[in-house]
Design a protein around this ligand. Structure first.
Ligand code: CA
Length: 503
């Protein structure tokens, strides 16, 4: 088992695979000077003040002071480099075509009557125009689950799309298009089988016409609580409509489908210094297999791509794709500036404890989950893809905001890489959890689905764990397996990205 990881021969630092006491010889001629926590960096040479600290072959930052060989390098010892320029980034200079062959080219899904990617689950999704209806709807959902769902065994679940948007918001602000688009697209998520059921209060700013269009604003699809008679009237209207929709959904059957009908999202959260070595590259390998087989894979998280944007641009298949990538990055730079922060606000205390010193180091790891495939499209937050292949879907990096954005884009399943550990999940979309180190799998054996820890220790290859992830994706998407979090029914609130003002 290896004891340290130096990723690129140019690197002047390595990370330790396990915590290492002061005085240990890391490699010939390098003795560690302090106790080094697991995953943290050690200087392999003397690094004078203002000289670059290099990992992944990339400058993570510049030394604030002289760093002696064998020293622990933490977040207080680096100055951030300026982010790469967004002007005239070279594109198409790294288009890879020799992607790994997937072991299978079909899966079992629910064809989407509205077209687009197929569903991985068969669910009644109940949309809401406004937060005000949530309490009433949740009571009805409990009753639907208890009294109706057992009669329709082909339907997996009933999922209320509760959210904080809909009223008390500047609905005409330019950026209101983001949350509105997210909710519009979630209503047509492939797992909901084209069956619209919408609950409105009756006086909200996000009107039914705005959410589902006048053509869908019909008594067959819509319950308006202010038009129901009392609590029991509300319950009856909701139960009656749910039953009609469940009857239709119960007729849906899984079919063997090509991978081109599969849309997968990649996300990471609670990352550590191993994430970019084990979990994310393994997920990237699975992503490359999916793309090779014709599937579509989204990766996201703007602040975690910003410092490696030039690497992403090199994989863009056209100038148009490169330009949209730059535009999304510019939009986010501006968004952060307005809030008087920059990308350095991203790493969390947990990221830093896990050995990630700054956003550059986090970005290099984060990008690895996109694999190496050509990037065929860039989406604004919550947009639907129009192409097959690897796609950058711009979203915040926050786990609980990125999730619903990718869900709005139509993902049937998300693969989530973590180093520190998080039980995050989405109610309507299964989330497979992949951890970066064995210790986390030992601590949470029944929450983490796959450990990529053996890649960190050198006992397995990225291809081996990547293939394992691919197979888990196909089994879970096909309904033959379930991630732990789905089995337990634990999931997070849908936090819809709203960059526009609240009134
Ligand atoms: Ca995240």
């Amino acid at each position: 088992m290896r004891t340290y990881i130096q990723i690129n021969p140019r690197d002047n630092v390595a990370i330790v695979v396990k915590a290492m006491p002061a005085g240990t010889e890391l490699m010939e001629g390098v003795v560690v000077r302090q106790d080094i926590p697991q995953g943290h960096k050690v200087a392999l040479v003397d690094i004078p003040r203002d000289q670059p600290v290099i990992r992944y072959g990339v400058t993570l930052g510049y030394a604030l002071d002289d760093i002696e060989k064998g020293s622990w390098i933490n977040e207080f010892m680096l100055r951030l480099p300026t982010p790469p320029s967004l002007d005239d980034m070279p594109w198409g200079t790294n288009i890879r075509t020799d992607l790994p062959e997937p072991p299978v080219r079909t899966w079992w899904g629910y064809r989407n009557p509205e077209g687009g990617p197929a569903g991985t689950r068969n669910m009644l999704g109940i949309q809401t125009t406004v937060q005000c209806v949530e309490g009433t709807l949740n009571v009805a959902v409990e009753r639907i689950r208890r009294e109706l769902l057992p009669k329709y065994p082909n339907v997996d679940d009933v999922v209320p799309i509760n959210h904080a948007y809909g009223c008390g918001v500047a609905i005409n602000a330019p950026e209101a298009k983001v949350p509105i688009r997210a909710l519009q697209n979630i209503a047509h998520h492939p797992n909901f089988g084209g069956q619209l059921m919408v609950v409105s209060l009756g006086c909200e700013k996000l009107t039914l016409d705005m959410l589902v269009g006048p053509e869908n604003n019909t008594p067959e699809n819509v319950v308006v609580l202010q038009e129901c008679r009392g609590f029991e009237g509300c319950m009856k209207a909701l139960m009656d409509m749910a039953e009609k929709k469940l009857r239709i959904l119960n007729e849906r059957k899984r079919e063997e489908l090509p991978l081109s009908d599969l849309l997968i999202g990649m996300q990471c959260g609670g990352s550590d210094a191993f994430s970019g070595v084990s979990a994310n590259p393994s997920a990237g390998y699975a992503a490359d297999m999916l793309v090779k087989g014709g599937a579509t894979v989204l990766f996201s998280e703007v602040t975690e791509v910003r410092d490696g944007v030039h690497i992403i641009a090199e994989r863009c298949v056209s100038q148009e794709v490169r330009d949209k990538l730059a535009a999304e990055m510019r939009w986010y730079d501006h968004y952060l500036e307005e809030g008087q922060v920059d990308r350095s606000a991203n790493p969390t205390p947990g990221n830093k404890k896990g050995g990630l010193s700054n956003i550059v180091e986090k970005a290099m790891g984060s990008i690895a989950k996109s694999g190496t495939s050509p990037i065929v499209e860039v989406l604004s937050p919550a947009e639907r893809p129009t192409k097959h292949g690897e796609i950058f879907a711009a979203t915040p990096a926050s786990d609980i905001v990125c999730g619903p954005c990718q869900m709005a884009s139509g993902i049937g399943l998300q693969v989530f890489m973590t180093g520190r550990g998080t039980p995050y999940n989405l109610a309507a979309v299964p989330v497979i959890k992949v951890c970066s180190r064995n210790e986390l799998k030992e601590q949470w054996p029944d929450i983490i689905d796959i450990s990529a820890g053996a890649v960190a220790t050198g006992e397995k290859t990225i291809a081996e764990v990547g293939t394992e992830i691919f197979e888990k994706i196909i089994a879970c998407a096909s309904g033959k397996d379930q991630p732990f979090a789905e089995k337990y029914g634990m999931h997070n609130y849908l936090c819809i990205f709203n960059p526009a003002p609240i009134t």
